[in-house]
Design a binder for this molecule. Structure first.
Ligand code: GTP
Ligand code: MG
Length: 210
């Protein structure tokens, strides 16, 4: 199956709790020393030339970044939650699923967007009078839409040598087989011209009359 669209739920990490703690000095005075909570991780979406469809997003209901850890005593800050990087093929547009607004087009390898920002960690009572809770992460649905873009498409009858040609000129790992319809989903390869332009070449599944 060739999957070129997907609706998924994303959630950035909650911020960690600020710590409320006190330290009793030798002069018997009590001083606050609670550290800040760590920020929650972001959900980042990134275009990657090694991805060729949105298949990965088909069956998972939610993609979550890590929470920030809580702060602790001795002014120790909590660890920041790790960000979650979701890879999509180059040519993927990302929409907010509830209002259909475009969040970003990711065209080129490495393009990325922070789709959901992690919640800020709470403040420890070392800095504020009373420690605060972390801010929750954002949670919402997005729609991914992949438009396959190539400079050259190889279109032809079954078993006519499209995969063999793609392999020979781009080094793509596509399988060239003795039986027809061996290629079931679009396959991409990159060909570098003498002037160092990169051409994307795409083999489409075979066509037959009717
Ligand atoms: N003699 C000869 N055989 C070739 C050539 N190119 C491909 N073949 C053979 O033809 C058969 C089909 O090649 P593929 O590259 O898989 O053809 P395809 O058009 O990708 O086929 P499907 O994706 O299955 O529709 C394989 O057995 C290849 O080894 C060629 O230039 N000469
Ligand atoms: Mg083929």
């Amino acid at each position: 199956m060739f999957i070129d669209s997907a609706k998924i739920k994303i959630k950035s990490g909650d911020g960690g709790k600020g710590c409320e703690s006190y330290f009793r000095r030798t002069d018997k005075k009590t001083v606050p020393n609670g550290g800040d909570g760590g920020d929650g991780g972001d959900v980042i979406i990134q275009a990657d030339r090694n991805e060729s469809s949105l298949q990965f997003y088909l069956y998972r209901p939610i993609f979550e970044a890590a929470k920030g850890d809580g702060g602790s005593s001795n002014q120790m800050s909590g660890k920041k939650g790790a960000s979650l990087i979701l890879k999509v093929p180059c040519g993927t547009s990302i929409y907010n699923a509830s209002n259909q607004f475009l969040i970003r087009d990711l065209s080129n390898h490495g393009d990325q967007v922070i789709a959901a920002k992690g919640g800020h960690g709470g403040a420890g009572n070392d800095r504020v009078r009373l420690a605060t809770a972390g801010k929750p992460g954002e949670e919402f649905e997005i729609f991914l839409d992949y438009t396959l873009v190539a400079d050259i498409f190889l279109v032809g009858t079954p078993n006519s040598g499209k995969s063999a040609l793609l392999r020979a000129i781009t080094g793509s790992k596509v399988k060239s087989e003795t039986y027809p319809f061996s290629t079931r989903t679009p396959q991409l390869g990159t060909y570098e011209t003498e002037k160092y332009d990169r051409l994307t070449i795409c083999e489409l599944p075979a066509l037959e009359r009717g």
